[in-house]
Design a protein around this ligand. Structure first.
Ligand SMILES: Cc1cc2nc3c(=O)[nH]c(=O)nc-3n(C[C@H](O)[C@H](O)[C@H](O)COP(=O)(O)OP(=O)(O)OC[C@H]3O[C@@H](n4cnc5c(N)ncnc54)[C@H](O)[C@@H]3O)c2cc1C
Length: 284
């Protein structure tokens, strides 16, 4: 449980961090350290250099700009959980944050670190997919925007290049019919299954649009497009919600492990999809 030897550099500005990454091919960014350090202790990761970005001030913020919500990558889970602005305009984010680990984890862990890590059982990816967020990545070569649907590539793998830093998460404001439902692993607290629902409703209880993100089930979080299709245009009641949620794991390569077999996970995905959708449209 002791990491391999590594060097450490503290960056005071984003430019400094980007220079260090550009000069050191295998270097890794250190944010809250709550995934990276455990992985290093298990020797799953052995970066020769850690570039600490925790003291870069302008990476930690939550603000509304041009109809968008903008969240700096170093914003902690707790800052999001306790944000009055987000509770009002995007309740899915504080709801999701509240499900992450314990108080210590939420105080140190960051949204950027969690997204860049792409743990298949992490909570944020489900919410970020359901919100159709965009990730702003920056490197010495400039800045680019990556859609959530393209960001999570595989187990612990994202679309970020090695010398890129995730700088900001952007979300278009699109209503508050949102919910997150999670079955936590009893030991680790990570999601056995987590479902984020983001619905656009019209006055007559009809679902005009649905975005459903699911984590914990597969090697990476995914959009449940079959559920979304079944909800689109439907009048939402117990029967239509259950019928749509039954598709939660369609077309997915489902993980099985000692705690939850693939069949059990499929069942949980359906149950938690039903709960998240029902809560998002105010039926519970
Ligand atoms: C006991 C415990 C319980 C937990 N429970 C949960 C849980 O229930 N749900 C859940 O979702 N998570 C859980 N976590 C994980 C936690 O949320 C981590 O904080 C998070 O996954 C990583 O964020 P971090 O800021 O600590 O990143 P770090 O650990 O510092 O970094 C993680 C990875 O992302 C890279 N990285 C970090 N920031 C950036 C950036 N801005 N740009 C590019 N790359 C970057 C790093 O190089 C590293 O590879 C738990 C962790 C612990 C220790």
């Amino acid at each position: 449980m002791i990491p391999a030897q590594f060097d450490y550099a503290r960056a005071n500005t984003l430019d400094e961090a980007l220079n260090l990454l550009a000069q050191n091919e295998d270097a890794r960014v250190l944010a809250g350290g709550h995934s990276l350090i455990p992985a290093m202790k298990l020797r799953l990761m052995q970066p020769p250099l850690l570039v600490d970005i925790a003291r870069i001030k302008d990476l930690s913020y939550i603000r509304e700009e041009n109809g968008q919500i903008r969240i700096g990558a170093m914003t902690t889970h707790y800052q999001i959980e306790s944000s009055d602005l987000l509770k009002k305009i995007c309740p899915l984010l504080p709801a999701c944050a509240a499900h992450i680990g314990d108080m210590q984890v939420r105080n140190k862990g960051t949204i950027g670190g969690s997204l860049a890590h792409s743990d298949p059982a992490a909570d944020w990816p489900a919410a970020i997919l359901a919100l159709n967020a965009e990730m702003v990545a920056v490197s010495k070569n400039g800045e680019r925007t990556i859609k959530a649907d393209d960001f999570f590539v595989d187990l612990l793998t994202t679309a970020l290049e090695p010398a890129e830093i995730l700088r900001e998460v952007r979300i278009n404001k699109n209503g508050t019919n949102q919910s997150y439902a999670k079955m936590p692993h009893p030991a680790s607290g990570f999601a056995v299954v987590g479902v984020a629902a983001n619905l656009t409703m019209n006055g007559s209880n009809k679902c005009a649009q649905a975005s459903i993100g699911i984590t914990g089930v597969s090697s990476k979080a995914y959009r449940a497009t079959a559920v979304e299709g079944a909800l689109h245009g439907a009048t939402l009641d117990d029967a239509s919600i259950a019928a749509a949620a039954a598709h939660a794991a369609d077309g997915t390569d489902i993980n099985g492990d000692l705690f939850a077999s693939a069949d059990y996970r499929r069942h949980l995905a359906q149950v938690y999809a039903r709960r998240a959708i029902a809560a998002a449209c105010g039926r519970v």
